[in-house]
Design a protein around this ligand. Structure first.
Ligand code: HEM
Length: 504
């Protein structure tokens, strides 16, 4: 009996303690969380395998530093500033390093590099049922996917694309001086209209109609938001995967959804037309090649896959080209001498504007290619860092060993503005690409080792030839037809800015 009483007493005491602990639970959890954060921060700053690499304090502690830079739209500018402050290797997130040396480009991106794309790319998967080429993390499956895309980039398809491009470039040039359009043009926007209309034609055989119909230009905002969501969601993948970012930034995710829905509608319409459909004068679009192609297992491409690749092509091929065209025109307006020299070259090569087409004559325009190439160096459309994660066995970068799991990248701008390899990197100087008495062939070669606007290695841009054709044709025709002058010259004292864009 006495034993029973005792045990009742002790059990009620124990119960009492449990209730008391429950009251304290939030406090205890908070203290535990603070301890966890403090211990983890101390570990990351002082004991982490990357602790010896310099970088801002908060970047070592949390990825929120990088997230904030992206949110401020100046992530790529920041990489440049970080290298100026900390040197050739900078820790910009707890487990991430960025380099600004040409050797690092080779070590990180060359075909045999022991890396995969980082988890940042998972945020750009537009269709959960099918991963597109760009978002495929590992090299082997990505190469198989690229093979499917390559049908659309063959020499014969590039030839059929020229007619699409010229149609749109002609409309663009007419609109530039049409009395029905505004007198002074925001050329960044107009290049946007042009490049999306070109990509619409190339991919679906039907442009977006932005050049001629202002009511259709709303799609630009959708695309801006989609790309921005890829970046933000990729920097902190768990924010993206858990859906928290959708709650934090409902607008950009709503716009992204709308863009995917609109593109899917077009893709479905195009698929309905079937593999044999051709456009004006028997022209073939990208979907003609994709619908006639086979996937990596020898089967026709699934609709999910066609949808994912269609969305990818529009995104990968339009913003990039329009930013590069706008950059080239910016510098040609800033450096009137270069614009005049380019005009002289074109005027000496072509008898009229319709002669400006792909072929030997255009290829012979060395100065044109240098003007575009120099703009791609100074205002690359991929100015940030394309991240890679080191695979099992580690890898050597710039003669240093990095273990599995480290995320690394070479900065686009950070390298192409590196004064160690580029003379006067802040100066737009197309001549640096042409060997002459002033510039040795070796200097040209060194400069070219420091900038890779289309990337390099197994994952370099598959659309490079399409993009260069578009850039050369457009810039040549615009400069041949018009003298382009700035409305507000004071704005041209600064450099051309490419931002990680968040649409208004
Ligand atoms: C001036 C215009 C362009 C620039 C500067 C550019 C730049 C790039 C860069 C730097 C990459 C590599 C990204 C990485 O390494 O992670 C890339 C990949 C890619 N680009 Fe482009 N691009 C341009 C135009 C185009 C066009 C016109 C198309 C399509 C018609 C295109 C399709 C792609 C695709 C599909 C990939 C993914 C390749 C892969 O992951 O294996 N790009 N681009």
């Amino acid at each position: 009996m006495a034993g029973w009483v005792l045990s009742e007493v002790s059990s009620s005491r124990i119960l009492g303690r449990v209730i008391c602990h429950r009251d304290l639970l939030p406090l205890i959890s908070l203290i535990a969380l603070i301890c966890y954060v403090v211990v983890k921060s101390i570990y990351r700053v002082y004991f982490h395998p990357l602790a010896k690499y310099p970088g801002p304090f908060w970047a070592k502690v949390t990825s929120l530093y990088d997230f904030y830079q992206a949110l401020s739209e100046h992530r790529a500018h920041n990489f440049l500033a970080l290298h100026k402050k900390y040197g050739p290797i900078v820790r910009y997130a707890p487990d991430k390093l960025v380099f600004n040396e040409p050797q690092a480009w080779q070590d990180i991106y060359a075909y045999k590099a022991n890396v995969r794309k980082s988890d940042l790319f998972t945020a750009s998967q537009s269709n959960p049922e099918s991963t597109d080429t760009f978002s495929e993390l590992y090299k082997e499956p990505a190469l198989k996917k690229r093979k499917v895309l390559s049908y659309g980039f063959s020499e014969s398809s590039l030839r059929s694309f020229e007619a699409y491009m010229l149609d749109q470039i002609n409309i663009f040039c007419r609109q530039l001086v049409s009395p029905e359009t505004e007198k002074v043009k925001d050329m960044s926007l107009w290049f946007n209209y042009l490049s999306y209309d070109i990509m619409g034609e190339l991919v679906f055989g039907r442009g977006f109609g932005m050049l001629t119909d202002p009511s259709l230009r709303y799609i630009l905002d959708l695309i801006d938001s989609t790309v921005f969501s890829y970046l933000l969601g990729g920097i902190i993948p768990w924010l993206h995967k858990s859906g928290i970012i959708t709650l934090l930034m409902p607008r950009i995710y709503f716009m992204r959804k709308k863009f995917v829905a609109e593109s899917t509608k077009r893709i479905v319409e195009r698929i309905k037309l079937g593999p044999d459909a051709v456009g004006v004068s028997g022209r073939k679009d990208f979907f003609h090649y994709l619908l006639n192609g086979k996937d990596e297992n020898g089967n026709p491409l699934s609709h999910a896959r066609l949808g994912a690749e269609g969305v990818l092509l529009i995104l990968a091929g339009s913003d990039t080209s329009s930013a590069s065209m706008a950059g080239t025109l910016f510098y040609l307006m800033q450096q009137v001498r270069c614009q005049e020299m380019l005009f002289e070259e074109l005027d000496g090569t072509f008898d009229n504007v319709d002669e400006i087409r792909l072929g030997d004559k255009l290829t012979s325009c060395v100065y044109l290619r240098a003007c575009v190439g120099e703009a791609l160096r100074m205002a690359s459309a991929g100015p940030g860092v394309s991240e890679r994660t080191v695979l099992k066995g580690g890898t050597i970068i710039n003669n240093e060993y990095f273990p599995e799991g480290t995320t690394v990248g070479a900065g686009g701008w950070a390298t192409s503005y590196n004064a160690k390899y580029i003379r006067d990197p802040e100066k737009y100087w197309p001549e640096r690409h042409i060997p002459s008495e002033e510039v040795t062939a070796e200097e040209v070669q060194i400069a070219h080792s420091a900038y890779w606007p289309f990337g390099l290695g197994a994952r370099k841009c598959v659309g490079m030839k399409v993009a260069l054709n578009e850039l050369h044709l457009t810039i040549a025709r615009v400069i041949y037809l018009f003298e382009v002058i700035p409305e507000r010259p004071e704005e041209f004292q600064k450099n051309f800015e490419i931002l990680d864009h968040q649409s208004e």
